[in-house]
Write a protein that binds this ligand. Structure first.
Ligand code: NAP
Length: 365
């Protein structure tokens, strides 16, 4: 019996191609989808010409986001759909809805809080009725923060504050990421989670210093950084506040917005540290992920999720779930670490002592 096919929507974009590479490396049958039939055919020919294909079959399917019939036929033909075409505020809703209605499991690369909220708010009942699992944001921004918060707070009965700080150096945006960043920065309706309540409204962005563990050290950050963890982390961590930060220098590098035509090698040259703190009465716990090439990390995270779901190794539940509700956070992060994507410094779940030292490379490994 062959494994069920995994569809990639937005397959010929940068993220979609990395997802296709990873599926090919795992010998998985795939359906390349998007709105441009010529770009799909050319990518299919390129993948089929690769020697190390492991027998994987590659099909194509053309579907525009405003063509519900074509999206439905795509969703009917796949076990899992990995949505890679953004900004998700423009492309997310129709693709996620087609998947939910067809009973095709779904993961995406969104970090946009409003898209993720829309999926939770509008597709929960449909997904439960059709037995579909939808996990928006199994990616670098958003997904890894959600998983890391869960791993760091594991076992704590009550948490006052989860602080998630992304330290990113050398990020070079694609067209899709540039359009997404422009939309997010222009947005005045921010999602925040404070004093046990989710709010939507204007919050003035400010700079705050966050003390990343060495070698990054204390850095100026932009906060709140608009990513969806304020919505998802309280679903699985008993916290009263979620703070989001991103190093200010990430968007101050002159090349960051001038990199649409960069080659893949140069685009891969980013370094990151995602640090999480769980602050509770009487102490705090910390952990972090340190690695390179956030684009590849994002793609492999989504493939790891899609393959687990396709093979029946995903969650037993259906409906819309946060990444850390769908997968056991510590084990999922360790599985990505084992693929060489990053080093994960995680406190032991039973260790409720103060000030675990995430800079100690021996810790948790
Ligand atoms: N959360 C994270 O950490 C993370 C990580 C990676 C990517 N992402 C997100 O993933 C998205 C894609 O990023 P990327 O780097 O792959 O960008 P990219 O290389 O510019 O590719 C964008 C892809 O989206 C397609 N697309 C855009 N608008 C579309 C529409 N209205 N209908 C159908 N297809 C459309 C493009 O097709 P055309 O060429 O036909 O326009 C292209 O295939 C972005 O939103 C980015 O923010 C997030």
């Amino acid at each position: 019996m062959t494994a069920p096919a995994i569809a990639i929507y937005g397959a010929y974009g940068h993220t979609g191609r990395l997802v296709a590479d990873e599926l090919l490396a795992r010998g998985r049958d795939m359906i390349l989808a998007g709105r441009d039939p010529d770009a799909l055919a050319s990518l299919a020919a390129e993948l089929e010409a690769r020697e190390a294909r492991g027998g994987a079959s590659v099909r194509t399917h053309t579907a525009a986001v405003d063509d519900p019939g074509a999206l439905r036929r795509l969703a009917d033909s796949a076990a899992v759909l990995v949505h890679c075409a953004g900004p998700f505020s423009r492309t997310g809703a129709p693709v996620a809805a087609a998947a939910a209605e067809a009973g095709c499991h779904y993961v995406d690369h969104a970090l946009e809080p409003h898209h993720v909220k829309h999926v939770f708010d509008t597709l929960q009942a449909t997904a439960e009725r059709t037995g579909t699992l939808l996990v928006p944001g199994v990616s670098f921004y958003g997904g890894l923060g959600d998983l890391l918060a869960s791993a760091v707070a594991d076992g704590l009965p009550e948490v006052d504050r989860i602080v998630l700080a992304y330290g990113v150096l050398g990020w070079r945006l694609t067209t899709g990421a540039k359009n997404t960043a422009a939309q997010l920065f222009a947005e005045t309706e921010r999602l925040t989670y404070a004093d046990g309540a989710l709010s939507v409204g204007y919050v003035e962005p400010r700079n705050a210093v966050f003390a990343f563990p060495p070698p990054l050290g204390p850095r100026s950050t932009l906060t709140p950084f608009p990513s969806f963890e304020p919505l998802t982390v309280p679903r699985h961590v008993p916290t009263r506040n979620v703070d989001m930060m991103l190093t200010s220098s990430t968007f101050e590098e002159p090349e960051v917005f001038e990199s649409e035509d960069l080659d893949d090698g140069n685009r891969a040259a980013s370094d990151f540290m995602i640090a999480a703190q769980a602050i509770y009465e009487g102490g705090n716990r910390a952990g972090d992920l340190r690695g390179h090439d956030l684009w590849r990390v994002a793609a492999v995270a989504s493939v790891e999720a899609a393959v687990r779901i396709a093979d029946g190794a995903g969650p037993v539940k259906t409906g819309v779930l946060a990444p850390a509700e769908a997968f056991p956070a510590r084990e999922f992060l360790r599985a990505l670490e084992a693929q060489g994507l990053f080093d994960a410094h995680l406190p032991e779940p039973s260790d409720q002592s103060d000030q675990s030292d995430p800079s100690d490379p021996s810790e948790g490994s």
